[in-house]
Design a binder for this molecule. Structure first.
Ligand SMILES: *[C@@H]1O[C@H](CO)[C@@H](O)[C@H](O)[C@H]1NC(C)=O
Ligand SMILES: *[C@@H]1O[C@H](CO)[C@@H](O)[C@H](O)[C@H]1NC(C)=O
Length: 980
C-alpha cells in the first residue's frame, strides 16, 4: 500500500490542519511523471542511447573500441578467460577481464570486469569510504549456486582468423563464436544463430578515469580550442534530479550491450511493467514506446498502464520466442537498468527485394548504471527448458502452505480487534469461505512495528484465537523503515547495533516514511538479519501466535523525501557498497530476512512461512509471494492485471496477484464482481482497498453480487487440489502456475500476442476473465485440435486455430476444459481450506477425441516441511482403454509411510467423466479394483448429449484412497468382463 497523495503533506503540519486538507482535496488519478526519470534525465541511459545512435549512424559495429586480446585467451575445463582491451585515443588502453563459462543445459555465462577497479587502483572522490571494485555480489543474492558448474567436455574447436569457437552441450549441439575485433559473441544451435552480443557495437564499459577540472573556456578567445571534450561529461561526476544531487564518488561506471535475437519476433519478461505480455518496441514510432523498459524498483503512485515505466520489482530475465525455439537472457545486475527493444525485418532472400515477408529480428540494448557485465544466455529450446534453467539458477518457487493459495481478505485498515472479529463472523454468517484476514499499518502503536495500538487492539491474541477456531490466519504488515524515536526499543537497537543503512558521510541515514522520521534496516548485513530474527519470537513480538504471518511493503525502499521516492544512490550498505549498486536487490534481502525470521520463530514447530512482498528481484520466488502494488478500481486495471501476472510466470516468480477490486477508488458492483471472478484464478488471491474507500467485503454488496462472488470463491476452494498440484509443479520444474498461450502452444504463431486468457497449471483449464464493462460474452481462442468443454455445463467448443464466442452474463466466468485432462477437486463447501484437509475428492475426467485423459495430483499436509522427507502423495491419473488408474509418481522418504497412514481415510467420492462414450448409456456400474477388493461395484449414471452439450457420466462413491494404487473399469471393459 502506498502513500495517499494527500497523506504526503501531513507529516509536517498539525493533525488538525492535515485532516482539514484531507477533507478538501480529492485524490488525483495520475502518476507523477516528474518524480521519475526518463532516459534522457538519467545520465548513463542518455549516454548509452547516444552511443547506440552514433553506431547506427556509422552503420557498422567496426568502430567499437573493444577488441579481444588473442594471446591472453586461456581455455580450460569449459571456461574461457581472456582480456578485452578498450582502446580510445589519447588514453592508456583499458583492460577488461572476460570470463565465459560453458554450463550444462546449453547455458553459458559471460562476465566482464574492469581490471583497474578490480585491483582497487582508482581514486574515490569526496573522501568516500565505499568499495572501489565494481559490484560483484548480485550473484551471491540472486543465484542458488546450482547450474553453475562448467561443462568440462566443452571444446575450443577453432582459434584462428580472429575468431575463437567453442562447442558444448549435449552432442556438442551448441556453439559460441567469439569474434576478436571488435569483440562480439554469437551463439548457435547447430548452424542456426540464436543470440548475438555486440553485433551492433553498443558494448560499453565506462572505465574509471580521474576527474579533470578543465579551465573555463574563454568565449572571446580567437585561438582554436585544443581540448574538445568528445563525450558529454555533464553527468559523469554529479547528477541532480528533482533537487537531489548524487555525489557519484566513483564517477561514470555504466555497462551496456546490444543483444540481438535473429529470427525471433517476440520477447517476453523484464518484470515488472504494466503493459502487454509481448514486449513493445521502445524507440518511438506508431504504437511503440519512446522510452526503454526501466528497472529501478520504485514506489510509483497511481501507476499508469501500457507503459515501460519502472514499477516495484525487477527481474532482468527475457525470453525470445519463435515457432520452433525459445532462448533467454538473464542480465545479472542489481543497479538501475534500462532496456531498449527494436524489431527489424530482414529479407532472407535478397532476390525478392522485400516483397516476400522475410523474418523479424528483435534487437535489445541493455544498460545498467554500475556493476559487472554478467549475463547468462540460455539456448532452450522450449519455454519449459528456460523455466527449468532459470529456476535452477535462481531457485524455484517456494511451495506455500495451503492457506496461502486460498482467499485473503485485506483492507487499509481493519480498525480494531473487534472489527476483525466482526468481519470474521460476517463471512461465516454469509457462508463465504476465506482463510486470511490482514492488518495494514494502522494496527501498530504510532507506526512502530512489533507493537500494537493499545486502544484499538487491546487483545490481539483473542482475535487470533477466534480466527484459529476456523483454521484461519492473520497477516500483519511490517516494513523496513523503522521509526526514529527515543524510547522505541526496535529503533534504538537498530541504531546502537549499527544495523541501519548509512548515508554518503557514513552516518545513519534518516528519511521520511509512514512513521515520520525513520531509519532503514540493512538486510545485506548478516548481523542485521540475525537481529531481525530475534524480533519475531512470540515473546518478543507480543500479541502474535502461530497463525500470524507477514506482509513486507515499501521495501523498494520507499523513502517519501528521497530522490525518485527512494534512497539516495550514494547511501552506503554493509560491505561498503553503494546503494546504486544493489538497489534492485534491496527488497529481496528484506523479505528474505523476514522469511527466515518466521522459519525460526519457534523451535521444533516449523511451518512454511508466508511473506508477501511488494519489491522483488530474481530469486524472490524462493521466499515470498508478490502483488502488483497499488492499482486502481477501474476496468482497465482489471484487464492489465492479467498480462502482468502472466509475465510474473514467464519471469520465474509466479506466486503473483493483483489487488482484487482495485486499491484506489470504489469499484462499481459489476466491476468488483468481475474482479472476484478473475481473482479466483490469480495465483495469489487477495481483496484489498485503500483507506479512503468504502467497505467492500463480498457480503457488503448484496444480491446478486454477493452470491456471484461467493460462487467465485467456492470455485477457488473447490479447485485448491488443482492449484496445489500446479504450485508443486512450479516448485520443482519452474513452470508458471498460470500459463499464457505461447507457453502452452509454442508453435502457434497466432497465440504469441494473446495475453488475456490463460491455462491453470497442467490441468487444461482455460480461463478468460471478463474485463470489459457490460460485456455479456467473450471470444476465446482455441489453438489445438482438441475439443474444449464449458466447465459448468459441458457445452462443446471445437478447437483448431478457432475463436469461439462464449456467453458470459455477470454470473458466469468463462472457463473451458481442454479434452484429455483429469482435474482434481474438493466439492464440499467449508469455511476455510484448513477445514477441507480430510475432505474426499472429486475427479473430473475430460476425455479427448481419442477417449483418453491424463492428470497428476500432488498432496501433502499443506503446512510443514515434512514433504522434504517424503511425506506426500504424488500420483499419475490416467484414463485409457476405458479404465481410470492411479499410479505412484513419488519417491519414498523417511516420512512416506507415516504420512500415507494419516491420509488413508481420504478417498475419491465422485468421478465425473465429461465426453463419455455412447456405449456407456446402457451401463449402470463400474468395477473398482484396489488393495482391498477386486471388482467391487460402484454406481454409474449416464447423461446423454443434449443440444451442444457433451454426454457425461458420474460414478458415485468409488471410495478409493487418494494415496493408493487403484483402477476403475468402465463401459466396454466391464461388458467384456461380464461376458466372460
Ligand atoms: C567577452 O566579451 C564580452 C564583451 O566584451 C564581455 O562582456 C564578457 O565578459 C567577455 N567574457 C569573458 C569570459 O571574458
Ligand atoms: C536469505 O537469508 C538467509 C539467512 O539469513 C541468508 O543465508 C541468505 O543469503 C539470504 N538470501 C537473500 C536473497 O537475501
Amino acid at each position: 500500500m502506498a502513500r495517499s497523495s494527500r497523506g504526503m503533506y501531513c507529516w509536517a503540519i498539525s493533525t488538525l490542519l492535515c485532516l482539514l486538507i484531507l477533507s478538501l482535496v480529492s485524490p488525483s488519478a495520475a502518476v507523477k511523471h516528474h518524480d521519475f526519470k526518463r532516459c534522457d534525465q538519467s545520465g548513463f541511459c542518455k549516454r548509452n542511447r547516444a552511443l547506440a545512435d552514433s553506431m547506427i549512424q556509422a552503420g557498422s559495429p567496426d568502430t567499437s573500441p573493444y577488441n579481444l586480446d588473442a594471446p591472453s585467451i586461456k581455455f580450460k575445463n569449459g571456461v574461457l578467460e581472456a582480456s578485452i582491451i578498450k582502446s580510445i585515443p589519447n588514453t592508456v588502453p583499458v583492460r577488461l577481464p572476460l570470463t565465459v563459462t560453458f554450463l550444462d543445459r546449453g547455458n553459458v555465462r559471460v562476465t566482464v570486469d574492469e581490471e583497474k577497479r578490480q585491483k582497487g587502483d582508482i581514486e574515490l572522490r569526496h573522501d568516500s569510504p565505499v568499495r572501489k571494485e565494481r559490484y560483484n555480489e548480485a550473484g551471491a543474492w540472486a543465484l542458488t549456486g546450482a547450474g553453475l558448474q562448467s561443462q568440462k567436455s566443452a571444446v575450443l574447436a577453432r582459434a584462428s582468423k580472429g575468431v575463437s569457437e567453442v562447442s558444448w552441450g549435449p552432442d556438442g549441439r551448441f556453439k559460441a563464436v567469439i569474434r576478436h575485433a571488435p569483440f562480439g559473441v554469437e551463439f548457435y544451435t547447430g548452424e542456426e544463430k540464436q543470440v548475438a552480443f555486440n553485433g551492433r557495437g553498443f558494448l560499453n564499459v565506462e572505465h574509471w578515469r580521474p576527474k579533470i577540472d578543465r579551465p573555463a573556456v574563454d568565449e572571446n578567445s580567437t585561438e582554436q580550442q585544443t581540448v574538445e571534450p568528445v563525450e558529454d561529461e555533464s553527468t559523469w561526476w554529479e547528477e541532480t534530479f528533482g533537487g537531489n544531487t548524487d555525489s557519484k564518488p566513483k564517477g561514470p561506471e555504466s555497462v551496456a550491450l546490444d543483444i540481438t535475437f535473429p529470427g525471433y519476433g517476440h520477447v517476453y519478461g523484464l518484470a515488472e511493467h504494466a503493459g502487454p505480455l509481448s514486449l513493445k518496441q521502445t524507440r518511438g514510432g506508431e504504437g511503440n514506446y519512446d522510452q526503454p523498459y526501466r528497472m529501478y524498483n520504485s514506489d510509483i503512485f497511481e501507476y499508469e498502464l501500457d507503459s515501460p515505466m519502472t514499477l516495484y520489482g525487477s527481474i532482468p530475465f527475457l525470453q525470445a520466442h519463435k515457432k520452433d525455439s525459445t532462448v533467454g537472457v538473464f542480465w545479472l545486475n542489481a543497479a538501475e537498468t534500462w532496456v531498449d527493444i527494436t524489431k527489424a525485418r530482414r529479407d532472407t532472400n535478397p532476390l525478392t527485394l522485400g516483397l516476400s515477408g522475410g523474418v523479424v529480428d528483435t534487437q535489445t540494448h541493455w544498460m545498467s548504471e554500475s556493476g559487472l557485465l554478467d549475463i547468462f544466455v540460455m539456448l532452450g529450446p522450449t519455454p519449459q527448458h528456460l523455466a527449468k534453467s532459470y529456476g535452477e539458477l535462481t531457485g524455484y518457487t517456494q511451495l506455500p502452505a495451503t492457506f496461502a493459495m486460498a482467499y485473503h481478505q485485506c483492507r487499509w485498515n481493519y480498525v480494531s480487534d473487534e472489527d476483525v472479529k466482526d468481519v470474521d463472523r460476517k463471512f461465516d454468517k454469509y457462508n463465504i469461505p476465506y482463510d486470511v484476514i490482514w492488518l495494514d499499518i494502522e494496527y501498530t502503536d504510532d507506526k512502530q512495528y512489533f507493537t500494537w495500538d493499545a486502544l484499538n487492539f487491546p487483545d490481539p491474541i483473542s482475535m487470533e484465537k477466534q480466527l484459529d477456531e476456523s483454521e484461519r490466519k492473520l497477516v500483519v504488515i511490517i516494513d523496513p523503515h523503522i521509526k526514529n524515536k527515543g524510547g522505541y526499543s526496535v529503533g534504538e537497537e537498530l541504531k546502537s547495533k549499527g544495523l541501519a543503512v548509512k548515508n554518503k558521510e557514513n552516518n545513519i541515514f534518516e528519511g521520511w516514511c509512514w512513521p515520520g522520521s525513520s531509519n532503514w534496516i540493512d538486510a545485506f548485513n548478516p548481523a542485521a538479519r540475525t537481529w531481525w530474527k530475534s524480533l519475531f519470537s512470540f515473546d518478543k513480538f507480543k500479541g502474535t501466535m502461530q497463525n500470524v504471518w507477514l506482509w513486507n511493503d515499501m521495501n523498494e525502499p520507499s523513502v517519501f523525501n528521497g530522490p525518485e521516492i527512494t534512497m539516495p544512490r550514494d547511501n552506503i550498505h554493509h560491505g561498503n557498497w553503494e546503494h546504486r549498486d544493489l538497489h534492485n536487490i534491496n527488497g529481496m534481502t528484506f523479505h528474505n530476512a523476514t522469511y527466515h525470521a518466521l522459519l525460526e520463530r519457534k523451535k521444533g514447530d516449523v511451518r512454511r512461512p508466508f511473506v508477501l512482498t511488494r519489491s522483488f528481484y530474481a530469486g524472490s520466488q524462493r521466499s515470498a509471494a508478490m502483488w502488483t502494488g497499488d492499482n486502481q478500481a477501474n476496468w482497465e486495471h482489471l484487464a492489465a492485471s492479467i498480462p502482468m501476472i502472466l509475465n510474473q510466470g514467464v519471469s520465474g516468480f509466479p506466486f503473483a496477484g493483483a489487488d482484487v477490486g482495485g486499491f484506489f477508488g470504489n469499484p462499481s458492483k459489476d466491476l468488483q464482481t468481475r474482479w472476484y471472478q478473475a481473482g479466483a484464478f490469480y495465483p495469489f488471491f487477495r481483496g484489498h482497498a485503500h483507506i479512503d474507500t468504502r467497505r467492500r467485503e463480498p457480503y457488503m454488496l448484496g444480491e446478486p453480487y454477493t452470491g456471484i462472488m461467493t460462487q467465485a470463491l467456492r470455485l477457488r476452494y473447490a479447485l485448491l487440489p488443482a492449484w496445489y498440484t500446479a504450485f508443486h509443479e512450479s516448485s520443482t520444474e519452474g513452470y508458471p502456475i498460470v500459463r499464457s498461450q505461447y507457453y502452452v502452444h509454442p508453435k502457434d504463431e497466432k497465440g504469441y500476442e494473446i495475453d488475456d486468457q490463460f491455462y491453470l497449471g497442467s490441468t487444461g483449464l482455460l480461463v478468460k476473465p471478463v474485463t470489459k464493462e457490460g460485456a455479456d460474452s467473450v471470444d476465446i481462442y482455441l489453438s489445438d485440435e482438441e475439443n474444449y468443454f464449458d466447465y459448468f455445463d459441458y457445452t462443446v467448443y471445437k478447437g483448431g486455430l478457432k475463436t469461439q464466442r462464449i456467453a458470459a452474463p455477470l454470473e458466469k466466468l468463462p472457463i473451458l476444459m481442454q479434452g484429455g485432462h483429469i482435474i482434481p477437486r474438493k466439492d464440499r463447501p467449508r469455511k476455510s481450506s484448513g477445514l477441507m484437509k480430510w475432505d474426499p475428492y472429486t475427479l473430473v475426467v475430460v476425455l479427448s477425441k481419442t477417449g483418453e485423459a491424463k492428470g497428476t495430483i500432488y498432496v501433502d499436509d499443506g503446512e510443514t516441511f515434512g514433504y522434504q522427507q517424503g511425506a506426500y502423495v504424488h500420483r499419475a491419473l490416467t484414463f485409457a482403454d476405458n479404465r481410470l488408474t492411479s499410479s505412484n509418481l513419488g519417491t519414498k522418504g523417511s516420512k512416506t509411510a507415516s504420512y500415507l497412514k494419516t491420509i488413508q481415510e481420504v478417498t475419491v467420492e465422485k468421478i465425473i467423466v465429461v465426453n463419455a462414450p455412447d456405449a456407456w448409456a446402457t451401463q449402470s456400474e463400474v468395477l473398482v479394483t484396489d488393495g482391498q477388493s477386486q471388482g467391487a461395484k460402484a454406481e454409474l449414471t449416464y447423461h446423454a448429449a443434449v443440444g451442444g452439450k457433451a454426454a457425461w457420466a458420474t460414478v458415485r462413491r468409488p471410495d478409493v484412497q487418494i494415496g493408493a494404487d487403484w483402477s476403475v473399469a468402465f463401459g466396454d471393459t466391464l461388458r467384456d468382463k461380464t461376458d466372460l
